[in-house]
Every structure is written in C-alpha cells, then in structure tokens.
Write a protein that binds this ligand. Structure first.
Ligand code: MLZ
Length: 475
C-alpha cells in the first residue's frame, strides 16, 4: 500500500515553481525560529553565498533575493542582470549564507561565476556600485537562528506527562529522548512494570523500546504537562504507584527532581472569560481528536481542575470513555453549538444518527443544553494564512511525520490542512497558532526528513480499506 511513497528527496523550490504556489511567510508561525523580525527579510536583499558556477570549491559570490518562500529564497548571482538561467534556491537559515562583508572580514576572495566572468573588466568597481545602499542580513544571523531554535527549557532525559496515544483519555509518563528544533521525541515509561528480579531476556522482551513507545510533539504542545499535572487537575494517569505517590509529595512541597518537567517550563493556559463555567452534560462541537478532519457533536463529560474538560464525541463506540479527550476551556478546538452551521462547515452527527441532524431536535431528544456561547474563547488572532499557501505540517495521527501541506480552508482562526497527494480524509483541522505547523524549509534547517507529497504511481495504490482504517484510528 505504501509503495506509492517516493524515495526521492523532496525539494521545495521546483515544487513551488511548477505548482505556481506561495508559501506561508515565516512570520505566520509564532513558535518558530526567526519568526519575529522575519518580515525585515525582503526581496532585493543581498547576501554572500557559495558560488556553484565555478570549478573552484568553497568560494563565495554575492547574490540577491528575488523571491521568498518560508525560510527559502530564490537567488540570483550579482552580474546576471535579467538572466535567470543560473538562479537557485537556498535556505536563508543555513550556515552557508552570510551577510555582505563576511568574505572581506575573514579575508576570503569573492569569485565571480564562470558564465559571466568576462562580462566586466573591473568586478570590484561593479560590486561597489551594486552594493552601495543594498540591504543585507544582520551580522550574527546564523547564530541568531541557532539560539532561537533552542529557545526553551527542556533537556534530554527530563520527564513529562503526555497523552497516551493508545488511549487518549489517559496520560502517561515519558522521558525526553531527543529534541529537534523544539520538537520532543518522547519515550513512554513503563507504567506498571517493576522489572526487579527479571531475567535478562525477560527484561529485554518487556522493556524493549520500539516505535510504538515513542511520541513526538512540540514543546508548546497542549498534549504535554509537567510532572504531577494529571493528579493535580484530576486527569486519569497510567503510571506506577511509586510515581503517583512521589507526585503527591512534589505537588504539596513544590519541590521537584532535577529531571522533572516543572510548571515553569510550560506555557500558561489562557484565562477563560469570567463568570459562568462549563458543566457536565453540556453539548458543543469539537474537533475529533482521533479523526482531525471531522468536527463532531460532543459533550462535556467531566470538568477537571484549572479549567480543563474531558470531552467525548457523541455516539462514539469506544468503551468506558477511552476516547474522552482533555481540552482546556480556552482551546481553539472546541466550538459552541451551531459553529459549523454558521461557518458553512460539515458537522459530523453522532454515529448511527438516523435522521437529518438538527441541534434543536437533538438537544430535546437528549434532554441536554448547549454550552453557552459566552463560555468559549472568541479571540481570533490576526494571522496571515491564506488559502492555497504551502507549509510543513505534522501529521498528528503519526506525529513523527512532517509533511508537505496546503492551507485548504481558513475559518476565522481555524485552518484546514491538506496533505499534498493524500485523500481529503487525511486533512486535519488545526488552529492558526498550532505549534505543529512550520514554514517551508523548516525541516531542512533542523535536518529532519520531510515527507514529500505522495506520488500516485498507479490508480490501484490506495486501497479503499486503508482509507477506511485511517478514520478514527487511535494512533
Ligand atoms: N501509512 C500510513 C501513513 C500515512 C501518512 C500520511 N501523512 C499525510 C497510512 O496510510 O495511514
């Protein structure tokens, strides 16, 4: 089924050119490196870059930014005038790109490209003329990039509490195994196993780590919390008795171990509107955490401390609330009744609902009330995402994967992300401030593999059953 996966390394430049599309600007993504101030990087700016149009190695020349797409820029070497034949794409946040003046400072000669070498007799004079008044990058640009990639307090080996991807109604303890550009690779801890007294082969068998024990999320993800959080707010936690009892002490004394993820490392949740509160049984609309392409009829099933809610999708087949999901009351992923209707979106009715779904009827039938509109956070931040913009997006159903995506819909602050080459069933609704969205070129900066668009090699590649399986799958 996956034979459609292309092994070729994906290259944004040609893809944007051939599809005639735009990339979402870096400034759209508040959580990423260099987001602030990126708008100062503009077409016309000049930088020193490797000269690829020469037999010499490791020499540089000056080039002008002619187009910007995320972190990437289409460059033209100085001296080419209107000739685009040697234009090339470069990632502005890589160590190969330097402000004008860098070569001179370190005593490196600037070498003109071979194809135009004979065009001017005096290259020095040409450059002086061309560079007067030109804008360039700040001096320490690449160091700024590195610093802003590590702008968080998380360290490898630290423990955090994270949603159990196999049963989203419970939390588990995990250790940070790797950090890539603010994304954490988490290894779930064994919750119930006390491996003392085991033979080596038993320990190998039962504590062996594989892909199913790992989870990826950004440091700003709403899915991770400090040590002790679950017990503090009253969320179900699958962890050893020892961990739980230690947490009680930590919460009471506010004294944490050095490898604990502590509340100070996490972003504070927003303050909810003052006054009335969500109550158990209230109905609302919510993004289905197990099928992010659907906005569903949902209920408040439990109210936790600190304004967290356990939300259930109405009509779900999951037994004993195993798919209840924790959303903060200010979450941009929960909506008042009729949100879909008002915004002309498809609302997924409860499974097995026979007649045409009408909220009014449904509330009557279930003898329930709609959560009042005033309980929801209504802020719509100014964002510049536009229909058709390209970006790099985490496939939240398999968060190890960062894929080529397109903004397929914009509804206030809500974005529908389509994964290029994949059926619409794979689309995901996410908030415009989601830390799982990245600008074009982000994976390249942090050396993380990007999933290029799926290329269909034959019409039989995508079996209908695999699309069906994908729906509401819990991983
Ligand atoms: N093989 C898996 C991965 C799909 C990844 C899609 N990413 C947009 C599947 O088919 O479900």
């Amino acid at each position: 089924i996956n034979s459609s996966k292309s092994d070729r390394i994906f290259d944004w430049g040609p893809y944007l050119m051939s599809s005639g599309t735009e990339a979402a600007p870096v400034s759209c993504f508040k959580h990423v490196a260099m987001s602030e101030g990126w708008d100062n990087i503009t077409v016309g700016m000049k930088v020193e870059v490797p000269n690829y149009d020469t037999d010499l190695t490791n020499v540089f020349w000056i080039a002008t930014v002619t187009r910007i797409a995320g972190y990437k820029a289409l460059m033209r070497y100085e001296g080419f005038g209107n000739d685009s034949s040697k234009d090339f794409w470069i990632n502005l946040c890589t160590r190969d790109v330097h402000p004008v003046g860098w070569c001179a400072t370190i005593g490196k000669p600037l070498v003109p490209p071979e194809s135009i070498q004979s065009k001017y007799a005096d290259w020095k004079e040409f450059l002086v003329k061309r560079l007067t008044g030109a804008r360039t990058l700040p001096n320490n640009f690449y160091n700024l990039v590195l610093d802003s990639l590590n702008d968080h307090k998380f360290k490898r080996g630290m423990h955090v509490e994270v949603v159990n991807k196999m049963c989203v109604s419970s939390m588990r303890v995990a250790t940070i195994d790797e950090i890539v550009g603010g994304r954490l690779k988490l290894q779930y801890e064994d919750s119930n196993m006390d491996s003392e007294g085991w033979t080596d082969s038993e320990r190998y068998l039962y504590t062996r780590k594989d892909e199913s024990d790992e989870f990826w999320c950004h440091v700003k993800s709403p899915l991770i919390h400090p040590v002790g959080w679950s017990q503090h707010v009253g969320h179900k936690l699958t962890a050893s008795a020892e961990y739980k009892s230690k947490c009680f002490t930590k919460l009471a004394t506010q004294k944490y171990d050095s490898d604990d993820g502590t509340p100070q490392m996490f972003e504070k949740e927003k303050e909810p509107p003052p006054g009335a509160k969500f109550q158990v049984g209230m109905k609302l609309e919510a993004i289905d955490p197990l099928n992010l392409s659907a906005i569903c009829v949902a209920s408040v099933n439990k109210v936790l401390k600190d304004n967290f809610l356990m939300i259930g999708i109405d009509g779900s087949l999951a037994q004993n609330g195993s798919d209840w999901f924790c959303y903060h009351v200010t979450s941009p992923c929960i909506f008042p009744v009729s949100f879909c209707e008002v915004n002309n979106l498809e609302l997924t009715p409860p499974r097995g609902y026979k007649t045409q779904f009408q909220w009014f009827e449904y509330l009557k039938q279930t003898n329930s009330v709609a959560a009042p509109v005033k309980l929801f956070d209504k802020e719509i931040p100014k964002h510049n995402f536009k229909l058709g913009m390209k970006l790099e997006a985490v496939d939240l159903m398999e968060p190890r994967l960062i894929c080529v995506g397109t903004v397929a819909r914009v509804v206030g602050r809500l974005l529908r992300i389509h994964f290029d080459g994949w059926e619409d069933e794979y689309d995901q609704w996410v908030d415009c401030e989601s830390p799982d969205l990245y600008p074009v070129g982000w994976c390249e900066i942090v050396s993380y593999p990007i999933e290029g668009p799926r290329i269909k090699e034959s019409p039989t590649v995508m079996l209908p059953s695999s699309v069906a399986n994908r729906k509401r799958r819990g991983k």
